[in-house]
Design a protein around this ligand. Structure first.
Ligand SMILES: [Fe+2]
Ligand SMILES: [Fe+2]
Length: 216
């Protein structure tokens, strides 16, 4: 669906995500460490887990029926990603425990506070899923450097779903954003959610020296 307001929003989202992706590659910081594949997959599992939980929470009280069913599908896809990544992690003799899975991130808390269909569509499917595609792309490049063919095959499958999740949010916004005022509201939310991500990412990269973590 063509909507010039959403095209403008796309370019704001893309610019901000490109900055975050550059940071995530870790090329500018010589002190960063690229975690071992097992640790990268554990971080991925944690992301898939949180997105499954968060989206399932939204499904419970979402008032827009079309958006609600899209959220239910998204939650199911994230649970499927969890199972596929867990299988890959186990094949590398890795596991993740309940204690780790039961810790919640600042992004989860921020997203749980989004109560309207509009705010959820912008911050969740539209922005966070676009970020997931970009992060997974950085991760995929890393897997290609390692010639890790099994993980590449897995993430090529996951990427198709993540791109679809972003599209669910974008389609909703294309039929909802009809004025400059709507666009301003959406811009504010995009920048807000990505600033929460930026703070977490900065902490992970600057304080822990870790980069190339996949998204979800
Ligand atoms: Fe997703
Ligand atoms: Fe996912």
């Amino acid at each position: 669906m063509s909507n010039d307001f959403v095209v403008e929003l796309d370019s704001i989202l893309e610019n901000r995500i490109n900055e975050l992706s550059e940071q995530m590659k870790g090329n500018a910081n010589k002190d960063v460490k690229i975690p071992a594949m097992k640790n990268l997959l554990m971080a991925a599992l944690k992301n898939e887990w949180e997105t499954t939980l968060l989206t399932s929470h939204w499904v419970i009280d979402e008032v827009d029926c079309d958006f609600r069913i899209s959220l239910a599908r998204l939650a199911g896809d994230e649970a499927k990603h969890f199972a596929l990544i867990e299988e890959r992690l186990q094949s590398l003799d890795g596991t993740i425990n309940n204690e780790e899975l039961n810790k919640r991130s600042p992004l989860f808390h921020y997203l749980m506070k989004q109560k309207t269909t509009f705010d959820r569509a912008v911050t969740g499917p539209y922005a966070r899923e676009a970020l997931a595609v970009a992060r997974n792309q950085v991760f995929l490049e890393h897997c290609k450097d390692l010639k890790d063919l099994k993980t590449i095959e897995l993430y090529n499958k996951i990427q198709t779903d993540e791109a679809h999740h972003h599209q669910l949010g974008r389609n909703f916004l294309a039929s909802t954003i009809n004025s400059k005022l709507d666009l301003e509201k959406a811009k504010t939310k995009v920048l807000e959610v990505l600033s929460v991500v930026d703070e977490i990412q900065e902490m992970v990269i600057m304080k822990m020296g870790i980069c190339r973590l996949p998204g979800c």
